[in-house]
Write a protein that binds this ligand. Structure first.
Ligand SMILES: [Fe+2]
Ligand SMILES: [Fe+2]
Length: 169
């Protein structure tokens, strides 16, 4: 049995993960429009990962005997000045996700809700990976920003990224 506060917070995070997918779709669309199909692929895979994260919350709520409630949300950022700007927006989004996961963990800890704490452990680890992925790419892009050949090589590299839920779970 989860408290009203905790089950509402878990439901909110599920919706925020769906919103994250939406935010990454906007970044993918920007990259597609700039003919950077590899960067676009990277963000499309990222969006799939976020939906997978949302479904983890959906299934956890269901396993605990609660029905997920699906919310609408505001439009994500659709305006980007450059590829670098899109990646910087992504990193700050992931930092916000981390902050929210930590808040959620604090509630579970306060309530000594061990099943939820165990469930959230995966997300705490995942956020380390997420921030690191974006941080690394930002540093790479900053280094090669004015070298179009290098940018095209990175674009080609990111075109090979695929969604593998097995590796995530
Ligand atoms: Fe996520
Ligand atoms: Fe993420």
């Amino acid at each position: 049995m989860l408290s009203e506060k905790l089950h509402t917070a878990l439901n909110e995070q599920m919706n925020f993960e769906f919103y994250s997918a939406h935010a990454y779709m906007a970044m993918a669309a920007f990259c597609t429009d700039q003919d950077y199909d590899g960067f676009a692929n990277f963000f499309l895979v990222q969006a799939e990962e976020e939906r997978f994260h949302a479904m983890k919350f959906y299934n956890f709520l269901s396993d605990m005997g609660y029905r997920a409630t699906i919310h609408g949300f505001d439009s994500p950022e659709n305006h980007f000045n450059s590829i670098l700007h899109a990646f910087k927006t992504a990193l700050s989004h992931e930092k916000e996700v981390t902050r929210r996961i930590y808040n959620l963990s604090d509630i579970a800890l306060d309530e000594r809700e061990h099943a939820t704490m165990a469930f959230l452990k995966w997300f705490i680890d995942e956020q380390v990976e997420e921030e690191s992925t974006f941080d690394t790419l930002i540093r790479k892009i900053e280094r090669i920003e004015n070298d179009s050949n290098a940018i095209f090589m990175l674009d080609a590299e990111l075109a090979t990224r695929t969604f593998t839920p097995g590796a995530e779970a």
